[in-house]
Design a protein around this ligand. Structure first.
Ligand code: DON
Length: 571
């Protein structure tokens, strides 16, 4: 018996093991969670994507070229969230300090309507906004990436999309995490797809299994050849519309042709010697983060100490108030007059904290709430942080929403469609899959963007680039970005520790303080309960990818141990 085990071990170590498939080579990805470099850095959720980012940077590409290459590569190697069928947000800071942002969030199709997910009694029809063809918004990723590249890229587009085409066509070995996800969603794939999907197979996925995506490679080639027209018109558009007709989908050719990403002015705010630069609506991330930073600025967080009940209580109480504002006032500002100036006004924010008590938790006013949903524990979006050798920085978060989005793979075109319509408020006061509620500001309207929590962020210190960060994690993205910034600035933690440290989250409703199971001591938990917080433990929350520019000019990249595939690579 021992001999057999030894033999198995030798096979494993040598990288060759015979499983259900003949001779599967275990992937030997070189994954560094924490890396230092002298010139440039890429942190993404997959080692192959980070490698491609560095490859493009070494070819003379800038941070935007590398980002675009990484995003297309993630659409191949990270199919559960990397995408061309979803949308996202990108924040840039050029080396000269100028900043810009593009919002390429999905939009509701023209045939969408406010009550489209309600039954005759105006109750939400479970699952309609999360699974299947009707759950998708009009994808924004391809337009956003192409616009970003046209405005800021220096390499030609063919060069930056080529590595993704290569990976889709030739295949790559899935990691253990990806294999597990593919197995976990096997039934859903079969429910919503025909059997030409490369994701549907009789055997279990195992690490090292080759995934080749011929149809996706063809779609990427059409994009390489025709730019945005390769996706929003012609064959790819035909495939998307035909797929819609296989189910209850409503995206039309006109919706696709009309889609445009939107350039926006990033939101900025000073916090002590630091300037926080983040994403305006249609993400709530920037407004909420800036509110949080200002609300806690006057308190002695460093003196309270990392993970002290005082610090957690203060930050959680700020979070409670910010998520209440989010539910009421945030939505797509092209459709709803989001009162950004008021929400970020110092006097308003002081007033919001005027009923904060150091000795007792507040109560979330639940009068507006319907039934509650607890936060889910699956956090599948992608974030990528990039700094190039000239000091240009990009922070980009993109998603299909849930794992593999709506689970619908566009037949013939090889990519998953998002289920982003669930980020709208389908009915005032009713929670979406993240337990978030909303109101008029985020009601469904044709061509409107659904509210997001994605928070791609860049921080300056005394006018110089300091941090680039963001995360997947649904509603916990905002509070994770907030806590990592505070961990670095106030608690003086090295970036990798700041990223891996256990996190907490309050989102107003449900009125509970969610904490990660590992990492909080019993005394702190008891102290928080005595203050009146109802604690709920989860395994993990948002998954940060960050880069810090150190005082000696080096770059410190940190992937998150919460995702085994997060990879920091520099040169
Ligand atoms: O835009 C948003 O806020 C969500 N669609 C993000 C989804 C996400 O992070 C997935 N993880 N659970």
């Amino acid at each position: 018996m021992k001999k057999h085990l030894l033999f198995l071990l030798i096979l494993l170590i040598s990288g060759t093991i015979t499983c259900q498939k003949a001779s599967i080579k275990l992937p030997e990805y070189d994954i560094e969670k924490s890396a230092l470099s002298d010139h440039a850095m890429v942190v993404s959720p997959h080692p192959l994507a980070s490698e491609i980012g560095v490859e493009i940077l070494k070819k003379g590409g800038n941070a935007v070229d590398a980002t675009v290459a990484v995003q297309f590569a993630l659409a191949v190697v990270y199919p559960r969230a990397g995408n061309i069928g979803g949308g996202g947000f990108m924040v840039f800071r050029q080396a000269d300090g100028s900043i810009d942002a593009i919002d390429y969030r999905e939009k509701a199709p023209a045939a969408a309507s406010r009550d489209m997910y309600l039954d005759a009694e105006k109750n939400i029809i479970e699952g309609l906004s999360t699974k299947g063809h009707l759950a998708s918004g009009v994808p924004g990723s391809v337009d956003g990436l192409i616009q970003a590249h046209e405005k800021y890229g220096v390499l030609d587009f063919k060069t930056v999309i080529q590595p993704a085409i290569r990976l889709a066509r030739k295949g790559f070995q899935v990691t253990e995490t990806e294999a597990n996800r593919l197995n976990q969603f096997k039934d859903a794939f079969s429910e919503y797809n025909t059997d030409d999907s490369p994701f549907i197979q009789t055997e279990e996925w195992v690490p090292g299994h080759e995934l080749t995506q011929t149809n996706l490679a063809k779609t990427l080639k059409r994009i390489r050849r025709r730019g945005r027209e390769g996706f929003y018109a012609g064959k790819t558009a035909d495939y998307i519309v035909a797929e819609m007709q296989l189910g209850n989908g409503i995206i039309t050719k006109q919706d696709l042709a009309a889609y445009q990403g939107q350039w926006r002015k990033p939101l900025t705010r000073l916090y002590k010697d630091y300037k926080i630069i983040s994403m305006p609506p249609s993400s709530s991330g920037g407004v909420a983060l800036l509110q949080l930073m200002e609300m806690v600025e006057q308190y002695p967080l460093a003196k309270y100490g990392f993970h002290s009940s005082e610090a957690i209580h203060l930050m959680a109480e700020a979070e409670r108030r910010v998520y209440a504002d989010r539910a009421e006032y945030l939505g797509d500002m092209d459709f709803y007059p989001v009162p950004i100036d008021t929400l970020l006004d110092s006097i308003y924010l002081q007033k919001r904290m005027s009923d904060f008590s150091e000795t007792a938790a507040s109560l979330s006013d639940s009068t507006k709430a319907g039934k509650f949903k607890l936060l889910k524990e699956s956090f599948e979006t992608t974030h990528t942080s990039v700094v190039d050798a000239d000091g240009n920085a990009v922070s980009v978060t993109t998603t299909l929403n849930s794992n593999f989005g709506s689970k619908v793979l566009v037949h013939g075109a090889g990519f998953f469609l998002n289920n982003e319509m669930d980020d709208f408020s389908s009915k005032p006061g009713e929670p979406n899959q993240f337990g978030l509620i909303g109101a008029e500001a985020n009601a469904i309207q044709p061509a409107k963007r659904m509210l997001s929590s994605m928070t791609p962020t860049i921080v300056e210190k005394n006018g110089e680039l300091f941090l680039v960060l963001g995360a997947p994690g649904g509603s916990t993205i905002i509070t994770a970005v907030f806590q990592v910034i505070i961990n670095v600035i106030e608690f003086g933690m090295p970036l990798d520790e700041a990223v891996s440290a256990a996190r907490f989250h309050h989102q107003w409703l449900p009125d509970m303080l969610t904490i990660e199971r590992e990492g909080f001591d019993e005394a702190t938990k008891t102290a928080l309960q005595e203050l009146g917080h109802q604690l709920r433990e989860v395994n993990r929350m948002a998954v940060i990818k960050a880069i810090q520019r150190l005082e000696n000019g080096q770059l410190h990249g940190a992937g998150d141990p919460r995702n085994p595939d997060d990879s920091a690579k520099g040169y």
